[in-house]
Design a protein around this ligand. Structure first.
Ligand SMILES: [Zn+2]
Length: 418
């Protein structure tokens, strides 16, 4: 067993922040949290202490939507709307991942950058390539990133990057068979989005999800042209979500990225099925998709998490994604003549941490019984404040001002990985 000491800041509920100045986290020998306390109880007094001094010990981040093979196009080509953006920039970039050496180089860097920026859990898209997907999972596991990765299924309507329906099925099974060797990174079924999958493939994936008890991730209601296209492809479905529901893909823990244009009926379907929204504010603004009604979703009891959505999103660090989500909620406030409340910093932090960690079975905040997922943040080189700051104020400033250089240590699944 061991003890971590520092200024502990965590989000035990939406909008709640608990700050323990010079507090303690007691860990079991496998990195499970035994106690979170303001003073160290006598029974733990003899344990070895990792002293983080005046640094902040915060929850690490969970990135609930990102595309690993789009990492090479980060920061570029955000001048087109979704469907044109896919056909012009995205598929040609993802096609490069038929080259395993290239995949190895990019994914090694991505995995390292995730950890350096404090992201320890992901729900991630790969490309359609089985071998590159296995390389991605290897590199994530080696770096200490945990979570779910999906080999993408796409057998229609994607110029320059396609598999046949038969290939898609065969390669999905080959990929699943090879996933047994991973301890911390698990497979998730990943139909790219309704327009990219034939009915036959969607039906097959739905059955596979049920047979093997697999989770599902995809995209929903990101852009108006996309929604109109889905309506043409599935005239029997009233709304986009029903095209997933029809094949058994709309179920508990299904992650749906974006949900920018989801109305009351689509939102009710999310809540009823326990579908998870991965809100990607930066990406939605970059591609002029719109601003998702997050406050409304939270009010209605929908499970909302955050995603960087690289490379529609241009920022991998989840502290940037959290503050971007706060800005996006302020756009909603402006648009609603100040009726809608914006997200507070503790709320943005909760969505980027606890709400995502819950997907993996964790409880909110630093909770007893959970494996430790934490970052240690030094704000020593931030500008000297005009007065002494409380731990909560230092936390708020860190959320807006930290960079990877501020993150001095990272714990993932109870292990120190940086
Ligand atoms: Zn996406």
């Amino acid at each position: 067993m061991q003890v971590l000491r520092g200024n502990i800041v965590h989000a035990p509920a939406l909008g709640e922040l608990e700050a323990l100045e010079h507090g303690f986290i007691v860990l079991d020998d496998d990195g499970t949290i035994v106690s979170v306390c303001p003073t160290l109880p006598e029974e733990y007094a003899a344990l070895p202490v990792v002293d983080y001094g005046d640094s902040l010990v915060m929850q690490s981040f969970a990135d609930m939507h990102l595309h690993a093979p789009q990492y090479p196009m980060l920061g570029m080509g955000m001048d087109l709307p979704l469907l044109e953006w896919l056909n012009t920039y995205t598929f040609v970039t993802e096609a490069r991942f038929s080259d395993n050496d290239y995949a190895r180089r990019i994914y090694k860097k991505l995995a390292a950058d995730l950890i350096r920026n404090g992201t320890t859990r992901v729900v991630m898209f790969s490309s359609l390539h089985t071998d590159a997907t296995l390389i991605l999972m290897e590199e994530l596991e080696r770096a200490g990133v945990t979570g779910y990765v999906g080999k993408v299924n796409m057998d229609r309507n994607c110029e320059g990057l396609l598999e046949t329906t038969e290939e898609s099925k065969r390669e999905t099974l080959r990929w699943l068979d090879a996933c047994d060797r991973f301890k911390y990174v698990k497979p998730i079924l990943t139909p790219r989005f309704t327009p990219a999958c034939t009915d036959e493939l969607m039906e097959w994936l739905g059955k596979l999800a049920e047979e093997r008890g697999l989770y599902v991730q995809s995209h929903l209601s990101e852009n108006q042209s996309e929604i109109a296209w889905v309506r043409e492809l599935h005239p029997d479905c009233r709304q986009y979500w029903e095209t997933y529901d029809k094949y058994g893909l709309w179920k508990d823990h299904t992650v749906m990225a974006h949900c920018v244009h989801s109305d009351a009926r689509e939102c009710a379907a999310m809540r009823d099925a326990n579908v998870v929204v991965a809100h990607c504010a930066g990406s939605n603004i970059n591609l002029c998709s719109g601003v998702s009604p997050i406050r409304k979703m939270l009010r209605e009891g929908i499970w909302v998490t955050l995603g960087s959505d690289i490379a529609g999103g241009a920022a991998l660090p989840m502290y940037r994604v959290a503050t971007m989500s706060i800005r996006a909620s302020k756009i909603k406030r402006i648009e609603s003549s100040w009726r809608e409340e914006f997200l507070t910093v503790p709320e943005g932090y909760y969505l980027a941490t606890s709400s995502g960690h819950r997907y993996f079975g964790a409880k909110d905040g630093f909770a007893v019984g959970d494996k430790l997922h934490a970052i240690v943040v030094s704000d020593a080189d931030f500008t000297e404040a005009a007065r002494p700051l409380s731990v909560s104020e230092r936390f708020e400033r860190a959320m807006y001002m930290m960079s990877k250089d501020s993150i001095v240590s990272v714990w993932s699944e109870g292990r120190k990985v940086l």
